[in-house]
Design a protein around this ligand. Structure first.
Ligand SMILES: [Fe+2]
Length: 157
């Protein structure tokens, strides 16, 4: 069974999506995270400060493009996380924070190798996937600059 589902590709808007990522300001590092070392990020919709056991939720940035993509990829999304990985940076094996519903919708911008469970998937530029983030997953260190825009719902509380 495939642990990722490809739900489509960003094609016509791909160049403008790359341009958009390169014009983001206010990218920050997640100082509390040991699994995302060297990565920078920016929250849209709601921002979730991933403390354990209790996350803190506050308002994030607003962007029409993010809203449009999120409504197509994961209707009812609460948070969008834009991440930048310079060459050599990946993400160690981890489970996403339990404050989120496990289903993640993700736009891959650039090239990446994603591992989930016992599977390895090459992600293409513009590929849009869904996966269950309660399954152990990791991003191998990228060879060239890569971005991701991932959408999540917050569990009702
Ligand atoms: Fe994750």
């Amino acid at each position: 069974m495939n642990l990722i589902e490809t739900i489509g590709y960003v094609r016509t808007d791909l160049q403008s999506l790359h341009d958009w990522t390169n014009h983001q300001f206010g990218m920050r590092s997640m100082s509390s995270s040991r699994v995302a070392f060297g990565r920078t990020h920016k929250w849209f919709g709601y921002e979730v400060i991933l403390l354990k056991p209790n996350a803190k939720i506050k308002k994030g940035h607003w962007d029409a493009r993010v809203n449009r993509l999120g409504d197509r990829i994961l209707p009812g999304w609460d948070c969008a996380l834009l991440c930048h990985y310079p060459p050599g940076v990946g993400m160690k094996p981890h489970y996403d924070h339990p404050v989120f519903e496990p289903l993640v919708g993700l736009v891959n911008i650039g090239h990446a190798t994603f591992r989930i469970g016992n599977q390895e998937h090459k992600l293409e530029d513009g590929q849009v996937i869904k996966f269950d983030s309660s399954i152990l997953h990791e991003l191998l260190p990228v060879v060239s600059e890569r971005w991701s825009l991932s959408f999540r719902r917050i569990k009702p509380h």
